[in-house]
Each structure stands twice: as structure tokens, then as C-alpha cells.
Design a protein around this ligand. Sequence first.
Ligand SMILES: [Zn+2]
Ligand SMILES: [Zn+2]
Length: 364
Amino acid sequence: MSTDSGAAPEIPKTCKAGVVVNEGPDFHLKVEDVPVPSPGPNDILIKLNATGICYSDIHYMLNDLPIPKMSFFNVRSPGHEGAGTVVQLGSNVTNWKLGDRAGIKPAYDACLNCELCWTGKETYCPDSPQIGLQFPGSYQQYVLSPARYTQRIPDGVDDFTAGPIMCSGSTVYCSLKESGLKPGDWAVFPGAGGGVGHMGVQIAKAMGMRVVGVDGGADKEKLCKELGCEAFVDFTKVDDVAEEVVAICDGKGAHGVFVTATSASAYASAPMMCRISGKVMCIGLPPSGTAMAGADPLLFVGKNLHVIGTKVGSMYDTMKALEFAARGQLKPIYEVFPLAKMPEAVDKLKKGIVAGRLVVDFNS
Ligand SMILES: [Zn+2]
Ligand SMILES: [Zn+2]
């Protein structure tokens, strides 16, 4: 291990971690002491100050996705929205120093030596495992990360802001980028008041798009207008949401519909909201098998529709999203929970009673 002599922080033997108990439909989360891992030659050890709680964590703990479960990989702590500082370096690591700020995002690593990795699509690389599923995640205060693929957190972005951007902010930035929408184009967000949607609204606005929020209730409307939505469609008040959206967007429809909601109805109405050559961007993940993205081929042919899915953000996407935050154009809305109340935060998200994001403070 290489350290700046004397400057190295003391590494405890154990640390706190939120761990899943009874993985499956009736899981619960418990905070307990776990061993602090030692970095391999190419790893860094990060001491996290904050972690966001993402619905993917709930999926992993519920084990309701068609993928191997956490216990298959001997992992008990989910989490992929961490922010903290580097406290220990592997023997080969030269590009990080102790005290550098570092973040945990969903993709743990990538081969960095294939066509996907060379073209900024490294999150699709077959050698890109998920942290919090295949490796212990950011619910554990001391976590390992490969030095070559760890995200740097820029100045001006605190850890509570950086956490949620690691997953939702960078994911929705990636979708906006891949949509090819231009300044002045109409961007519509079904689920605009949610954890991903409210960041998408802000980034789209900063990119110069005209933003329409779709969500339910007066609170969501207020939030969406404050964040930059030019118009808001309340699905609890309007008979035909798509018709209303089309009317707002010059009577022609949206250039892009960014489906951050996870309901089948949001996906079903998205193609109807599009203008000719419009793009339906798939972001929100409904439980496997419960929704379809698309429409009658006649509509696709007649409207030159595009349906495009994007996964989590790449290293580049995450950097760009963090830069919006550093410039003050992206401010995730979050509620902070002390570490001891991590199980409560998880339970709240599992029940779906969350506005914005939940972030756990490891130091309180
Ligand atoms: Zn996530
Ligand atoms: Zn690769």
C-alpha cells in the first residue's frame, strides 16, 4: 500500500452497513457491523459520507428482476449512489491520492478495451458488473472501487447532491443526450415530479429545451413549475393526457417523451404524445412483464416514430451531470436520513411514498 507518510487516515477493522435480511418479497434491511475490505492492487478504498437509495436497490432485495440474486454473488449490501473520499490506495494505484473525492455509480467497472468501451457505451460492456448486486454496494460505509473506473466528484457539488446524480441524474442525462433533441424542442416528462424525472426536467431546461411535466397532484405541479416546466399536465384531472400534451406542444406533439414513470399507462400513452419523427425514450423500469414500450406499427410508420432505451449513465454522462450540478443548474431534491434510520428509508421507498430522493448520512 502506498500512502503519504503520516497523512493516511486510520482504517477501522469494521464499519456500518445496511444489509438485506430475508432477500425476496418480505425482505427487510438491518444496519450491522461488517469487516472493512482491503483494496486489491488496482482498487481504492472509499469512505462514504452519503448514499442515495434507489429503487433498483429495492428490486435487487425483492429479487423481482430476471437476473441472479444478490446472495448468488455473496453480496448483502446494495447501493450505487455513494459519495465520499479516498482513504486507502492499492499498491499499483497512481492516479488517485488520499483525500480525493470519489463517487460510486451503478457500473462497477468495464473492460475499457472493447468497441462498447471505446465508444462511451461501457455500461453495456459484457465485463461491466453492477455494484450493489455483484459487489458490495454503497449501503456499506467503506467500499472498494477499481481505481481506473471510479468517478471523481468536482468541487462545488456536495456529497448529498452527488449521491443521487451518480444514478438517476446521469441516467436521465444519458437519455437526453441520446434523444438528439435540440434547444427549443419540446421535451415531455411523464413522472416529472419523481426521483429521476425532477432531475431530467432541470437538465432539459438547462439544455435549452421546452419542458412539459406530466404527473399527479398540486404538490408535483408546484415542484415541476419551480424546476422549469413551461406547462404541467395533471393526469388526475385530465381525461386524455396525450391529447393535452399534443395541444401544448404546438398542436403537433413532443419532439421527445422521456418516460421516467414506471407505469404501463405511461408507456402506452407516450407514442401518442409524439409529433412526426418524435422519440419515445425509455428510462423508468416497470416490473418485468407488466408494460410494453411501443404502439401499433401503423402509428410508427405514419409518424416515423423512434423508441429508444438507455441504461445507466457512462463515466462521461456522470461527469456531465455532475457539471450541471456544479454550475447550479441541477439540484436534486432529497430527504436526509441518519444511518440508523436507513431501514426506514428503504421501507419508505419500497412503499412508494417518496418525493424526490432519499439520501443516508453515514456521519449522523
Ligand atoms: Zn439507481
Ligand atoms: Zn468493454
